[in-house]
Design a protein around this ligand. Structure first.
Ligand SMILES: Cc1cc2nc3c(=O)[nH]c(=O)nc-3n(C[C@H](O)[C@H](O)[C@H](O)COP(=O)(O)OP(=O)(O)OC[C@H]3O[C@@H](n4cnc5c(N)ncnc54)[C@H](O)[C@@H]3O)c2cc1C
Ligand code: FES
Ligand code: FES
Length: 480
């Protein structure tokens, strides 16, 4: 791959060129640190540097399929500078025009949505992205757009009121007038066709734009760390201060972001953001949608990908149990071709999968739901949003003549990997879905696991929660 260290993006309306290796910019310099180190962009704040507070929220604009700009709020503390390549970066400094506040800022003032003000730029940027979506934002939409922003002094009511009033005004603002010009600039950057590739004695970074190029790079650099949304990996930089020596960034590979709707299954590109997956599963795979609705926050889901959640193979990865229940298959690709592995067999140990070093996760294939099946998912955590699972689960039951013919009860947070409760599943086969049988299956679940006690919960709570989730499932589905 041709060496090219120049990150090209739009900032303050102008095309900006920043070379990796100059002015303290490394491949893993976060956008937040870049902004905080420039004298005129300190509106963006740092709270946690781990995606939990939203003080660092900025908005990224990209050309959408409709040839319009799509505005997305993200946590700049989790985004590496090269990920800006070919995009527009918008910060709170850009919102005012002709000395007039943007409608979302004006509403925050009018509704008294700010006290100490530390969180306010982050809230304003999340609200700005919501405003640009141009929809009649419901209270749920507003709350969802704000789950990634914490305020410790104002209270959320005035902020939600500001959001409602701003979104009721349509989405026309001074960005609307500049949209054509920005699209032309982005097209110009893309026409330069310069995929990023930077090598130094300390860190190498490759950002291919096609699957073939990515696979070739991986075969040449089998020691490279794959990243997609980097929401897991960025914490190794911001929290552990690790220097990641070699990175293969798949975030610019458009071929990994496609969705195919086939007659009997849907194929989700591994690079699709979890927010995009969520948008496409509400009616097709409600159990997956339900889990994604409480996954991180809007800012996290807009960065995080399906491939990254599977690649991290965390025992508390939230998509894993529900993908097991949905009988999903994981598509892996290497230069020698593609192969598929059933989700149920994909994870083989603590953060270990069947993926080989020369392979990438390229897609997740989910069979369309069978009418004879009931499927659901549950997440138990200390708070509903932006929290890590204490216990999570994906359940599916298939029926034949009113009796259970297939059962999957998959749990996260109960073992070193996402694990099925096989004794409970065997018990259920051939039984009717009665309360009594659900209770008995719950007892099998209770005895099946020896979970850990940790900061989130004791082992006994986990066992009881896992047992009771079977009853919750029965309660919600027995009249199917
Ligand atoms: C504030 C915050 C909240 C979070 N909330 C949740 C939550 O509610 N539930 C949850 O499950 N997780 C949560 N996470 C963890 C994380 O967001 C998810 O695991 C996410 O799906 C990771 O996706 P990514 O694209 O960002 O992965 P990355 O960080 O890019 O990569 C993660 C791992 O996957 C590997 N990988 C990435 N892409 C591929 C590929 N195509 N092929 C093979 N391997 C690959 C990488 O090498 C790495 O090991 C949270 C993280 C943060 C910071
Ligand atoms: S600084 Fe807290 S989310 Fe980025
Ligand atoms: S206004 Fe002080 S933290 Fe929100």
């Amino acid at each position: 791959m041709k060496e090219n260290s120049e990150i090209v993006f739009i900032q303050d309306g102008e095309i900006k060129r920043v070379s990796i290796g100059t002015n303290g910019i490394h491949p893993t310099t976060t956008v937040l640190n870049y902004l905080r180190n420039s004298s005129d962009h300190k509106g963006t704040k740092e709270g946690c540097a781990e995606g939990d507070c939203g003080a660092c929220t900025v908005v990224i604009a990209e050309i959408a399929e409709t040839n319009k700009l799509k505005y997305t709020a993200i946590d700049s503390c989790l985004v590496f500078m090269p990920m800006l390549h070919g995009k527009q970066l918008l910060t709170v400094e850009n919102l005012k025009a002709d000395e007039k506040l943007h409608p979302v800022q004006q509403e925050m003032v009018d509704k008294n949505g700010s006290q100490c003000g530390y969180c306010t730029p982050g809230f304003v940027m999340s609200l700005f992205a919501l405003f640009k979506e141009n929809k009649q934002a419901s209270q749920d939409d507003i709350r969802d757009a704000l789950t990634g922003n914490l305020c410790r002094c104002t209270g959320y009511r005035p902020i939600i009121e500001a959001a409602s009033s701003a979104c009721a005004q349509g989405n026309t603002d001074h960005f609307s007038k500049m949209e054509y010009e920005v699209i032309q600039k982005l097209k110009l950057i893309h026409s330069e066709n310069n995929a990023l590739s930077h090598t130094s004695s300390e860190q190498s970074y490759f950002q291919p734009t096609s699957i073939q190029e990515a696979l070739k790079l991986l075969s040449e650099h089998p020691d490279a760390l794959l990243i997609q949304g980097a929401t897991d990996v960025a914490l190794r930089v911001t929290k552990k201060h690790e220097v990641l020596p070699k990175i293969l960034d798949l975030s610019a590979v458009s071929g990994l972001k496609t969705l195919q709707d086939k007659s009997n299954e849907m194929v989700f590109g591994s690079g699709m953001s979890l927010e995009a997956v969520k948008e496409n599963t509400e009616h097709t795979f409600p159990a997956l949608y339900k889990m994604l609705a409480v996954f991180g926050s809007r800012q996290i889901r807009s960065l995080a990908t399906l491939g990254g959640n599977l690649g991290s193979a965390s025992p508390i990865g939230d998509t894993l149990p529900v993908l097991m229940a949905l009988n999903a298959r994981i598509e892996l690709q290497s230069l020698s071709g593609k192969r598929e592995i059933r989700m149920n067999e994909f994870v083989i140990g603590y953060r270990k999968t069947q993926k080989q070093g020369n392979e990438i996760i390229s897609a997740v294939i989910i069979p369309k739901m069978n009418k004879d099946s009931i499927i659901s998912s549950y997440k138990v955590s200390k708070r509903k949003d932006l929290d890590i699972s204490t216990v999570s689960s994906g359940f599916s039951l298939k029926f034949k003549n009113d009796e259970i013919s297939e059962a999957i009860l998959a749990y996260g947070g109960m073992a070193e990997k996402t694990k099925r409760a096989t004794s409970a599943e065997s018990f259920l086969i051939g039984k009717k879905w009665t309360r009594e049988n659900a209770e008995k299956a719950g007892e099998f679940v209770y005895s099946e696991y020896t979970p850990l006690s940790d900061a989130r919960s004791g082992a006994e709570f986990r066992r009881l929660a896992a047992r009771n989730l079977v009853l919750k499932f029965w309660d919600e589905t027995h009249q199917h």
